[in-house]
Design a protein around this ligand. Structure first.
Ligand code: SAM
Length: 112
């Protein structure tokens, strides 16, 4: 996540958003975040945490199930896609630190 502050806030998809810590942090930096997870329990907890983080932050985050995102949302909706946990699992079996370079599977800056 350390390179995210170098980017002007935009739209972010957080795949495997879990209980929402990364999504809430991104929203606190001004990003509009879509959190997606396969666990409805995690999504419910994330929504509660976001609400507890304050109205301004909660208003910048939407949480969806993976099925909802696949069925209803345009894949071109986001400028960055984070999959930190999934990338860590796939690429970091020895427990190395995963950088944002590893976590960003697809990054695109739209024309300003
Ligand atoms: C360690 S948690 C993520 C923590 C999160 N980054 C945070 O800031 O709290 C990993 C999450 O990935 C989700 N997950 C695993 N495989 C997934 C998949 N294929 N698609 C979406 N979510 C997935 C799990 O349900 C779990 O909630």
């Amino acid at each position: 996540m350390e390179q995210v502050p170098d980017l002007a806030p935009g739209t972010a998809l957080d795949v495997g958003s879990g209980e929402g810590a990364d999504a809430i942090w991104l929203a606190s930096q001004g990003w509009q975040v879509t959190g997606v997870d396969v666990s409805t329990v995690a999504l419910e907890r994330a929504a509660r945490r976001a609400a507890g983080a304050g109205v301004d932050i909660a208003a910048r985050i939407l949480f969806f199930t993976a099925e909802q995102v696949a069925a209803t949302l345009d894949p071109d909706s986001w400028e960055i896609v984070l999959a930190a946990t999934l990338a860590r699992r796939a690429r970091d079996p020895e427990g190395r630190q995963v950088t944002i370079h590893d976590a960003v599977l697809h990054a695109r800056r739209l024309a300003a």
